[in-house]
Write a protein that binds this ligand. Structure first.
Ligand code: HSE
Length: 373
C-alpha cells in the first residue's frame, strides 16, 4: 500500500511514525503546508500531484476540519483511491454523500479513528450490527472533556487550567470550542448512531450541550451528593423512533462512567444478543488515534472495507423524560423537585424541553441525572 498522507499534525505524524517500520504500508507522499523534510517520504504542498500519482492507492486524511478536507477526500474517491480518515466532522457532515459515492466508485472508505481515538469502537460496531439489532449506543466520547472534568473532580483544578493542560497534551481539537461545547461528541454520536441503526439522522434535530459553563462550585455540589459529572452522548433506537442527544450527565460515584480517568473514553452499545458491551481506551492523542488509522490501512490490505449500508434520512424524537440538575436561569417552580444549594433538581422533564429552555437561559448550566429519577 502506498499512502498519500494529508496533514502532518498530531495524527499525521503518528501515522508516519507507526508505519515507518512496516514493509507492507508506506507513506509515499505527505501534503503539508509547512516546510519540513522527511527521510522516507516526499513532502509537497500540492495535493493535485498526489492525486495524479497512480502509484498511490490510498489517501489518509489527517488534516481535520471540513475544508479543504472534504474537497480532497471527494476528489480522491472519484479518482478511485481508497480513503482512510480520522475526521469525524467530515464523515458526519458529508455522510449522505461520501458513503454512497465510495460505494458507487467501488473504493474502500474507513474511519475507525473518527470515534474513540484508539478504541476498537466503530470497527466492532460494524461487526456487531452484522449479527444483531443494536438498540443503544453512546457514552464518554471526548477525551478533552473527560480530561477537564476528571481534573476538576479529582485534582480540584479550575476549568481554564484543566483545558490548558488538555490542549498542551494534544487532546483538544484545533479549536477547543468544538470539544467543550460538545460538537465533537455530537459528530461522534451521530456517526455511531447512523452506523449502528443503519440510518441517516437529521442532524439539525440532535441537541447538544457542552461543559463550558461548569464551575468548581458545581463540581463541589456534585461531590457533596455523591455524583461525578461527565459529558455523555446517547443514541437510542426504539420502535422505529430515534432519540439522540449530547449533554453533561451525573453518575453516582460507583457507576463505571464515574471512574473514567484523564483522556479515556467509555463507549457502550446495547445489542439484542450481546446485551451491554463497553469499550474503554484512550479517546484522543497522537499514537492511540494513529493506531486506529493504521489498523484501517491493514484492514484495507486484508480486503476489508468499511461497508455501511446507506440509511434513509430519519427524524429525531427526544420526548423521553429525565431529571436534571440546573444552576442559573429561571426554571418553572412547579417543575422543581429538590434544591441542591444554589441549584435545583427538576422533576422528570423531556430532553427536548430542557435543551429548548437552555436556549432562552444561555448562562445556566444543566446536567442530566443518569438513570431513572
Ligand atoms: N478532540 C478529540 C477528543 C480528539 O478530545 O476526544 C479525538 O477525537
Amino acid at each position: 500500500m502506498r499512502i498519500g498522507l494529508l496533514g502532518f499534525g498530531v495524527v499525521g505524524r503518528g501515522v508516519y511514525d507507526i508505519t515507518a517500520a512496516r514493509d507492507d504500508i508506506k507513506v509515499a507522499k505527505v501534503v503539508c503546508l509547512e516546510d519540513i523534510s522527511l527521510p522516507d517520504a516526499e513532502v509537497t504542498k500540492d495535493f493535485q500531484s498526489v492525486l495524479a500519482d497512480q502509484s498511490i492507492d490510498t489517501i489518509v486524511e489527517a488534516m481535520g476540519g471540513l475544508h479543504p478536507a472534504y474537497e480532497f477526500v471527494r476528489a480522491a474517491i472519484e479518482a478511485g483511491k481508497n480513503v482512510v480518515t480520522s475526521n469525524k466532522a467530515l464523515v458526519c457532515t458529508y455522510y449522505d454523500e461520501l458513503i454512497p459515492l465510495a460505494e458507487a466508485k467501488g473504493v474502500q472508505f474507513r474511519c475507525a479513528a473518527a470515534v474513540g481515538g484508539g478504541i476498537c469502537w466503530l470497527s466492532e460496531l460494524e461487526r456487531s450490527r452484522r449479527v444483531q439489532k443494536i438498540m443503544q449506543v453512546g457514552g464518554i466520547m471526548n477525551g478533552t472533556c473527560n480530561y477537564i472534568l476528571d481534573s476538576m473532580t479529582r485534582l480540584g483544578l479550575g476549568y481554564d487550567e484543566a483545558l490548558k493542560q488538555a490542549q498542551a497534551l494534544g487532546y483538544a481539537e484545533a479549536n477547543p470550542t468544538t470539544d467543550v461545547e460538545g460538537i465533537d461528541t455530537w459528530h461522534k454520536v451521530i456517526l455511531s448512531s447512523n452506523i449502528a441503526f443503519g440510518v441517516s439522522l437529521d442532524t439539525a434535530q440532535v441537541p447538544v450541550t457542552g461543559i463550558s459553563r461548569i464551575t468548581a462550585e458545581d463540581v463541589e455540589n456534585f461531590k457533596a451528593h455523591g455524583y461525578v459529572c461527565k459529558l455523555v452522548s446517547t443514541g437510542i433506537a426504539k420502535d422505529g423512533a430515534y432519540s439522540v442527544y449530547v449533554q453533561p450527565t451525573l453518575f453516582e460515584n460507583t457507576e463505571p462512567e464515574a471512574t473514567i480517568p484523564t483522556n479515556y473514553n467509555l463507549i457502550t452499545l446495547v445489542g439484542e444478543h450481546s446485551g451491554r458491551q463497553s469499550f474503554y481506551g484512550q479517546g484522543a492523542g497522537r499514537y492511540p488515534t494513529a493506531y486506529n488509522v493504521v489498523q484501517d490501512c491493514v484492514d484495507l490490505l486484508c480486503g476489508k472495507g468499511f461497508y455501511v449500508p446507506y440509511g434513509e434520512k430519519v427524524s429525531v424524537d427526544n420526548s423521553a423524560k429525565l431529571c436534571y440538575y440546573i444552576r442559573g436561569g429561571s426554571f418553572p417552580a412547579d417543575q422543581i423537585a429538590q434544591h441542591w444549594g444554589n441549584a435545583i433538581i427538576t422533576k422528570p422533564v423531556s430532553v427536548e424541553s430542557v435543551h429548548a429552555w437552555l436556549k432562552e437561559n444561555p448562562d445556566a448550566f444543566i446536567a442530566a441525572l443518569n438513570g431513572v429519577c
